[in-house]
Design a protein around this ligand. Structure first.
Ligand code: ADP
Ligand code: MG
Length: 322
C-alpha cells in the first residue's frame, strides 16, 4: 500500500545517490556486464540506470514494484549467508512511491519486452515494447509528492558529489563490470572492464598507478587484496579510503585504525593514507547491519582481523622500501 511504501521510502531513499545505489545493486544482482548511469540535474529530475542483465518477464516486472514480494530473505538465517546484495525487496516499491518510474525490461527468452510506468505506487501504463535484453529504469522527479523532502535536497554540486561517491564505490567493487556515468550530457566516467589496479587508476587518474603498493594476504579468517598508497602520496583528507567486504563497500573506523597504525612513523601530521582494500570473509562470520542505508558491518573476529590487516600492510610497505 502506498502509505507503507512512502514510509519505507523515507528509510531507503534519502537523496538521489540512494536511488543510484539501489539501482546499481539490482543491476549487479541481475548479472550485468555493462551498466550505464544517466542523470540530469544531480538526479533531481532524472536518474536512469541501463543494464544488460537477465531482465524480467512480464510477471516479474509487475511484481518488482510490490513491497517484499521479491525479498530474498526466506529464513532468518539467510541474513548471515547473504551473497547477493539485494535482500529486502523494498527498494523499487519505495522509489515508485516517491517518483515517476519507468521500467523497460526484457529477458533472453522473450521476444518482446515490457514497459511499465508507475506513479505514486500505481501502475499507470503497461505495454509490450521493443527493447534490448536487460533492464532500463528511469526515475523522474524524485520526491515530486513530498515537497518537504524535495526542498531538503542540497545544491546540485553537493547532490552530484554524493552520486559520484556512490558510483565510484560500486565501480571500485566491481572492476569486472563496465560502467559509465553521464551528467547533463557530460560523460564523467567511462570505465572499461578491468582488474582492480586498472579500475582504481581509471577512476582516480593522475599519478594513481605509481603510488599503489599491493597488499596480499590469505589466512583462514580473511583474504586481503588491494592496495595502499605510498606514504608520500598521503592526502590532506580522507577521500581515498575504501574498504570492501565481499565486494560491498563498508565503513569501518576500527579497521581504518588498523591501516593508520600500520603507517606509524611514516606519515606527516594531519595526512591520511589512501587505501583500496578488498577483504573476503566467510559470510557467516559477518553481520551486515540490515538498516537499508547503512554501510556498517560487524565481524565475529574483529581483533584478529585488525592484527592481520595491520601486519600485512606493514609487510607490504616494508617490501616496497617506503
Ligand atoms: P531486492 O533487490 O531487495 O529484491 P528491489 O526492490 O531492489 O528488491 O527489486 C525487486 C526485484 O525486482 C528484484 O528482486 C529483482 O527480481 C527485480 N529487479 C530489480 N531490478 C532489476 C534489474 N535491473 N534486472 C533484473 N531484475 C531486477
Ligand atoms: Mg534491490
Amino acid at each position: 500500500d502506498h502509505v507503507a511504501n512512502q514510509i519505507a521510502a523515507g528509510e531507503v531513499v534519502q537523496r538521489p545517490a540512494s536511488v543510484i545505489k539501489e539501482l546499481l545493486e539490482n543491476s549487479i544482482d541481475a548479472g550485468a556486464g555493462r551498466i550505464q548511469v544517466v542523470i540530469k540535474d544531480a538526479g533531481k529530475t532524472l536518474i536512469q540506470v541501463i543494464d544488460d542483465g537477465v531482465g524480467m518477464n512480464i510477471t516479474d516486472a509487475r511484481m518488482s514494484f510490490e513491497r517484499h514480494a521479491t525479498s530474498k530473505i526466506k529464513i532468518a538465517d539467510d541474513l548471515f549467508a547473504l551473497r547477493t546484495k539485494g535482500f529486502r525487496g523494498e527498494a523499487l516499491a519505495s522509489i515508485a512511491a516517491i517518483a515517476h518510474v519507468e521500467l523497460k525490461t526484457k529477458t533472453t527468452q522473450d521476444e518482446v519486452g515490457t514497459c511499465i510506468k508507475v506513479e505514486g505506487s500505481q501502475i499507470v501504463t503497461q505495454e509490450p515494447c521493443v527493447t534490448p535484453k536487460g533492464t532500463c529504469i528511469s526515475v523522474k522527479n524524485l520526491f515530486y509528492n513530498i515537497p518537504a523532502r524535495r526542498n531538503f535536497l542540497k545544491s546540485d554540486n553537493v547532490e552530484s558529489r554524493h552520486i559520484i561517491d556512490e558510483f565510484q564505490r560500486v565501480a571500485l567493487a566491481h572492476p569486472d563490470i563496465s560502467f559509465s556515468l553521464t551528467h547533463n550530457d557530460n560523460e564523467l566516467f567511462q570505465l572499461p572492464v578491468a582488474n582492480h589496479r586498472l579500475r582504481i587508476t581509471n577512476i582516480l587518474g593522475g599519478k594513481t598507478n605509481e603510488k599503489l603498493v599491493p597488499v596480499d594476504e590469505d589466512t583462514e579468517i580473511v583474504k586481503i587484496s588491494g592496495f595502499v598508497g605510498k606514504p608520500e602520496f598521503a592526502k590532506k583528507s580522507r577521500g581515498e579510503q575504501f574498504f570492501f567486504v565481499n565486494n560491498r563497500f563498508i565503513k569501518s573506523p576500527y579497521l581504518n585504525h588498523a591501516v593508520t597504525a600500520s603507517f606509524e612513523g611514516l606519515l606527516k601530521d594531519k595526512s591520511y593514507p589512501s587505501y583500496f582494500l578488498y577483504l573476503e570473509v566467510d559470510p557467516k562470520s559477518i553481520d551486515i547491519n540490515i538498516h537499508p542505508t547503512k554501510t556498517e558491518i560487524k565481524f565475529d573476529d574483529e581483533h584478529a582481523l585488525y592484527a592481520i590487516l595491520k601486519s600485512s600492510i606493514k609487510h607490504s610497505l616494508g617490501q616496497f622500501n617506503v
